[in-house]
Design a protein around this ligand. Structure first.
Ligand code: MFK
Ligand code: FAD
Length: 496
């Protein structure tokens, strides 16, 4: 046998992550960090072990069985092993529960866990994000009955009582434009609300609950007439109630995630709040899942770079290790710089979320969070695709070969820009936020974050001034404003 190339090895995702370590040191008081350290270390161990297992065993995908041998409709989904372990590992390490504590640092503690767990989770983080979002939206609704019913399950520290929640919004006419929702909510003879319609993408279809948008029968068209409902998917015997799973989607990536098309045929539902303005009511969920998206995109970048960096110490070309080739080293350094910027933005939003929720942010905090959430989501999503693509190239031909596990990084990264609001939809959402507060929250953040006299301050302020004058030029012209929204979003995100 001739030359054999060493495979890349993954460093410990917690102990060897300088960026996470520095950020935790900045964001958490020493005693809070000490309280989380064992969970973070264990999630790092789990991620390392999952990577090794993944390299040794062939990938599997979820399988839907709709009918049993005797003709009964069963809609059973066999899950991958990472999914089977998901409830156990995440409740044991309080991935969701940590984020709903009383302290302003709770969200930091959750998102550090998410960052470590996500690359091992086979996108179990997708329904986890939605469950976190559902808990947040129910809390915001103040619906005491639903809070008491669902939150002990959503935030459980025991896998036996843990429930996942879905987010049923997208339908065939509109995923961005949910105002076109066709699902109808109707009361039965006993006064129970039931939903009828088709949800076109349901990624937590194995979940026990969901928050769903539907149009109460007789309500008018458009977004404001939609209501938000809380749904439990199974009856007391564990049978689906009033829904069938039509099929699992065949997707570019996220293959382990069972994304389903679902027909709702009378699933019982409870209104979360008043029977209108359902999008307003679900918005807290959207903003939380968008923050998860940003953190998970950053976690993908960290994984891709960690592997590429290690490989650069094992592969030689033209008589030197890749890491000692100036241009390869520069390529890796540029990737690292882009990742660290994206990390800072995503985790700044995570930190701010906790501070705003606990009333610990300054006067601009809530408006800043509203503005930065779509920016962090759209920016990190695109950056993760770029970094995953570049990382594959760092492996040369091996990066294109399936059983290295590398192509999956790129396929999976593509989803971050599509779900939870596409780049354009989030750019328009940024305009909503700017309409309410303008650039004042960003200017205040810059004043807080960048020391006076720092060399970059003049460039940042000039960028904000130029953006403000561009906004001023197009503000009366809606078409021009929307056409500029993406450019403004990328400028402001880069600035942050
Ligand atoms: C592993 C990674 C973790 C991530 C997991 C992800 C799992 C993926 C699952 C999904 O993809 S779930 C489906 C996600 N779908 C979307 O994100 C929908 C994308 N479309 C939008 O975001 C639209 O902008 C939206 C449907 C929200 C609004 O469209 P409209 O019809 O133009 O609504 P409108 O009238 O502007 O807004 C309705 C209300 O919501 C307004 O408030 P008011 O009623 O008080 O006037 C808006 O201000 C408010 N609103 C909208 N977006 C908001 C918001 N409020 C706060 N935050 C927001 N982001
Ligand atoms: P469209 O809304 O048709 O968008 C098409 C294009 O038009 C996009 O490029 C968009 O940016 C652009 N566009 C739309 N409106 C505008 C505008 N006003 N200005 C400029 N450009 C615009 N949904 C759920 O509800 N629950 C789930 O669990 C779920 N899981 C998913 C899992 C996966 C793997 C995927 C891929 C999607 C999932 N989705 C889920 C659906 C996802 O949220 C939608 O696909 C997404 O919101 C986009 O909606 P759409 O597919 O209808 O695209």
């Amino acid at each position: 046998m001739g030359f054999l190339q060493d495979a890349p090895r993954l460093a410990h995702p917690f102990r060897d992550d300088r960026v996470l370590d520095a950020w935790l040191g900045h964001a958490l008081p020493v005693d809070r960090l000490a309280d989380s350290a064992a969970d973070l270390d264990a999630l790092g161990d789990y991620a390392l072990d999952a990577y090794d297992r993944r390299m040794r065993t062939p990938r599997t995908e979820p399988v839907l069985t709709q009918w049993d041998a005797w003709g009964a409709r069963v809609d059973r989904i066999a899950l991958t092993s990472a999914w089977e372990e998901g409830a156990d590992i995440t409740t044991r390490h309080a991935v969701l529960a940590a984020g709903h504590g009383e302290s302003p640092w709770s969200r930091v503690e959750t998102f550090a866990r998410v960052y470590l767990y996500h690359p091992a989770s086979e996108f179990y983080c997708c329904p986890l994000a939605m469950t976190d979002g559902a808990a947040t939206a129910l809390k915001a609704s103040g619906n005491r009955e639903l809070i008491d019913r669902a939150l002990p399950h959503f935030l459980s520290r025991d896998a036996a009582t843990f429930w996942l929640s879905g987010q049923w919004m997208t339908e065939t006419p509109g995923g961005s434009d949910v105002g076109r929702t066709e699902t109808v909510a109707r009361r039965d003879a006993r006064g129970q609300w039931r939903l009828y319609g088709r949800k076109w993408f349901s990624s937590a279809v194995v979940g026990e609950a969901a928050l769903a948008l539907a149009r109460p029968e007789g309500a008018g068209p458009g977004t404001s007439a939609l209501a938000l409902f809380y749904v439990e998917t199974k009856d007391e015997e564990g049978r689906w109630q009033g829904l069938t799973i039509d099929r699992l989607k065949k997707k570019l990536g996220t293959h382990e995630l069972p994304t389903a098309e679902v027909t709702l045929d009378g699933v019982p539902a409870t209104p979360v709040g008043p029977l209108e303005h359902g999008v307003r009511q679900v918005a807290p969920m959207l903003n939380v899942t968008r923050t998860w998206n940003a953190v998970c995109a950053v976690a993908t970048m960290a994984r891709a770079i960690a592997l590429a960096r290690d490989y650069a110490t094992r592969r030689t070309a033209f008589g030197a290790r890749l890491i000692d080739q100036p241009l390869h080293a520069r390529t890796l350094a540029n990737m690292q710089a882009e990742y660290e910027g994206a990390f800072s933005l995503a985790f700044h939003v995570a930190e701010l979320l906790g501070h705003v929720e606990r009333g610990a942010a300054d006067a601009h905090g809530a408006a800043l969070l509203r503005l930065l959430t779509p920016l962090a989501k759209l920016w990190t999503a695109k950056a993760s695709i770029r970094i995953a693509s570049e990382a594959l190239e760092c492996f040369g031909g091996a990066g294109y070969i399936e059983d290295t596990g590398l192509p999956q990084l790129l396929r999976d990264a593509q989803v971050y820009a599509i779900w939870e609001g596409t780049t354009n939809v989030l750019s328009l959402d940024m305009l909503r936020a700017l309409g309410a507060s303008g650039l004042a929250p960003l200017r205040a953040a810059v004043a807080n974050l960048v020391p006076a006299g720092a060399p970059e301050l003049a460039t940042i302020n000039a960028t904000l001034d130029t953006t403000e004058s561009l906004l001023g030029d197009v503000v009366g012209d809606r078409a021009a404003l929307e056409a500029s929204a993406r450019a403004i979003a990328f400028t402001l995100a880069r600035c942050m």
